[in-house]
Design a protein around this ligand. Sequence first.
Ligand SMILES: Nc1ncnc2c1ncn2[C@@H]1O[C@H](COP(=O)(O)OP(=O)(O)OP(=O)(O)O)[C@@H](O)[C@H]1O
Ligand SMILES: O=c1ccn([C@@H]2O[C@H](COP(=O)(O)O)[C@@H](O)[C@H]2O)c(=O)[nH]1
Ligand SMILES: [Mg+2]
Length: 258
Amino acid sequence: MWRRGVSLSSMLSSSKSRLLNQVQVAYGFNACQVFSTHVLNPAEDGVSGARRKPFVTFVLGNNVKLVLLFSLKPCYAYGNEGGPGSGKGTQCTRIVNTFGFTHLSVGDLLRKEIYSDSENGSMILDTIKEGKIVPSEVTVKLIKKAIEAGDNNRILVDGFPRSEENRIAYERVGGVEPDIVLFFDCPKEEMVKRVLNRNQGRIDDNIDTVKERLTVFEELNLPVIKYYSEKGILHKIDGTGTEDEIYERVLPIFAALR
Ligand SMILES: Nc1ncnc2c1ncn2[C@@H]1O[C@H](COP(=O)(O)OP(=O)(O)OP(=O)(O)O)[C@@H](O)[C@H]1O
Ligand SMILES: O=c1ccn([C@@H]2O[C@H](COP(=O)(O)O)[C@@H](O)[C@H]2O)c(=O)[nH]1
Ligand SMILES: [Mg+2]
């Protein structure tokens, strides 16, 4: 299931170089830099100090969650999708504990921005309250910064991409596509029940915002899931049952990476 990421530099024709230059101007960083900051495990690579391109996994749910996974293997995969309350964050925590990933929740990154006096704080607050999607330019920059801040090359990006526009923006900037995408499939009623019982003080855990998030999920997230499904890299996981039962379904996917 895991595929080797293609070297970005070897892929670059002059027209692609021009495109990446435009991306650099728009996003304020170079696509090549984003994915070249992770020190390889010398034991696996055999070259001490060498650097390897990351591999990414997205985790999606009935509201999109995304997991970016940078594995020690020469592969590149996207992460974690699923609707609001489908259990993406819960399962990410377990994957982190068992397999040593860093959990990068894009929703948490955005919430931190709200409380850090950033220039985008009030826009992000309004967008989350309304259950809509923050512009890709903002989100992609935050993801890039968070990835560069750590030294773990196994990262689960939870809750992104939430739209085709997100996906394309990320792939343009990173110059890569994911190897695997996890999608937690959960009935709407169950997701609503979980969100309303979450009790963590989230501004979007109310019935009106959840309804909007579900609409956004169906309109914008489902096409992303369809895209990955057609590429043959989507792992659709039954998101019903207990947390333990769901994790039993997740385990074999990550155990295969060892
Ligand atoms: N299998 C489960 N059964 C019952 N409750 C669950 C289950 N998995 C998670 N929960 C609970 O449901 C709530 C939502 O779970 P979680 O935060 O993991 O969902 P999420 O997909 O990350 O949601 P969001 O997209 O809104 O961040 C939490 O309170 C969590 O403890
Ligand atoms: O890529 C993203 C991720 C999140 N958002 C906004 O944040 C909230 C909450 O996200 P969770 O992943 O459920 O914590 C989401 O409803 C969006 O409003 C985003 O815009 N883009
Ligand atoms: Mg979550």
